[in-house]
Ligand binder design. Structure first.
Ligand SMILES: Cc1ncc(COP(=O)(O)O)c(C=O)c1O
Length: 425
């Protein structure tokens, strides 16, 4: 469990047979890869934190089969909307095991979550605290955690940076917003149990998260000294990265936990605090456990100046994987139908934008219409961000079990579903 596991790949015969049975594009998730990473988190947390709690950030991939699997491995479910709470409940997760995030929760969202008996609400603003004060009668066993902004640049893509000073998320520790929010929560007798931060996503090193953990530990000691509040929970968020291409290297889950523990626990101990440490990984549990299969629809060579460029069009695009368009994300692509001498091509989607899904990847020069391409590391933020742009149907998702059997987790969307919201004739 201490080793960094392999990135999941299908065998060519299995991929070809799945693509025939379920069509393409097709998301495929490997359950053993997910289980391995869940167990690595549990073992590492057990080794480095006296007490801990683990949640899966379901925004990464909220297929109900996956939520059930991750929960059966002892993870709580982190939800960022009523929809994600409903997905967790549908997957057999009790509300007390769900954590509710978001910087814009409405009164209706909070009423829904409290009515279900949600375990924790991670509060993001004074307005949310005021709403919770009004809803105090329905709080029951729900516990409140304040999201803090440690004010450190996470050094990842701007769209997935969240813990820096200029952020819409949480209460800034500087210049005193966080301590003020703590005081308000305590004065209003809200059931505050601790603090949370999430620095950002796809962090290839854990040093920033570790630095933020020490800032939060110092803040927790400050809250004890100034307000007499002893935090019983500190949540260091998610953010550990995944390997998309050969040039990506990632910190192991064990090293991640070791670094967080080494930077926060001494400060907490000397401040007389012994909080439970919470982590809420998304991508690092599921990204490398998933692949997407596409079928080649067209191969075109164009002239550029004195040279040429080859485009390989596949039967999907930004509607099933928006990350390249959103973040310039890079991927590894394999041709499962044929091998041979490789050539640099651009794999593009079939949407109306210049939908360069996977620019400059190496594929056999004989790549032709009908070939099946496998894209690695698509288990996170692929299906969960999928859309119906250009009225494409969202792909199916199949799960492979330890014995190699497969189960359908999500079937392909149907034409009836695509038009189910239309009210005009
Ligand atoms: C509050 C919170 N926690 C956890 C995560 C999971 O992050 P990751 O998938 O990078 O582990 C996110 C992702 O955006 C988040 O916003």
């Amino acid at each position: 469990l201490e080793q960094i596991p392999e990135i999941f790949r299908l065998s060519a015969p299995q991929a070809l047979s799945l693509s025939q049975e379920f069509g393409t594009p097709l998301y495929v998730m490997d359950q053993l890869s997910v289980i391995h990473r869940c167990r690595a988190y549990k073992a590492a947390a057990k080794q480095y934190f006296p007490e801990f709690e683990l949640s899966y950030a379901s925004k990464a991939n909220s297929a109900c089969g996956l939520l059930t699997l991750v929960h059966s491995e002892g993870f709580h479910i982190d939800c960022a909307s009523e929809g994600e709470i409903r997905a967790a409940l549908r997957s057999g997760v009790r509300a007390e095991h769900c954590r509710f995030h978001g910087n814009g929760k409405s009164r209706l969202d909070l009423e829904f979550a409290l009515k279900q008996g949600i375990g924790q609400i991670i509060v993001d603003s004074l307005d949310e605290l005021a709403l919770l004060r009004e809803l105090r009668e329905s709080i029951g066993e729900t516990r409140i955690v304040l999201r803090l902004a440690p004010g450190i640049e996470p050094g990842t893509h701007a769209h997935i940076s969240t813990g820096q000073q200029d952020t819409k998320f949480g209460f800034g520790i500087e210049p005193g917003f966080a301590i003020e929010a703590t005081r308000i929560a305590l004065e209003n007798k809200l059931p505050l149990i601790g603090f949370h931060f999430h620095m950002g996503s796809q962090l290839m090193s854990s040093s920033i998260t570790a630095q933020a953990a020490s800032v939060m530990a110092e803040f927790a000691v400050e809250a004890k000294n100034k307000l007499g509040f002893c935090a019983e929970l500190l949540n260091f968020g998610g953010g550990l990265g995944a390997r998309y291409t050969d040039s990506d290297t990632v910190t192991s889950i064990f090293e991640h936990c070791r670094l967080l523990s080494a930077s926060a626990l001494p400060i907490l101990r000397s401040g007389g605090l012994k909080p439970r440490i919470a982590l809420e990984p998304g991508r690092s549990l599921v990204a490398e456990a998933g692949v997407t299969l596409y079928r080649v629809m067209a191969v075109k060579t164009i002239a550029i100046g004195t040279g040429t460029k080859r485009y390989v069009t596949v039967d999907g695009g930004m509607s099933d994987n928006v990350r390249p368009a959103l973040y310039g994300a890079k991927y590894t692509v394999k041709n499962l139908t044929r091998g041979g001498h490789e050539h640099t091509v651009t794999v593009c989607g079939r949407h109306c934008e210049t939908d360069e899904l996977f620019p400059n990847v190496e594929l056999p020069s004989e790549t032709a219409v009908g070939d099946i391409l496998e894209v690695l590391t698509t288990g996170a933020y692929g299906a969960s961000m999928a859309s119906n742009y250009n009225r494409f149907l969202r792909p199916a998702m199949v799960a492979i079990s330890g014995s190699g059997d497969h189960t359908l987790w999500q079937r392909r969307e149907s034409w009836e579903e695509l038009f189910s919201r239309e009210v005009a004739p």
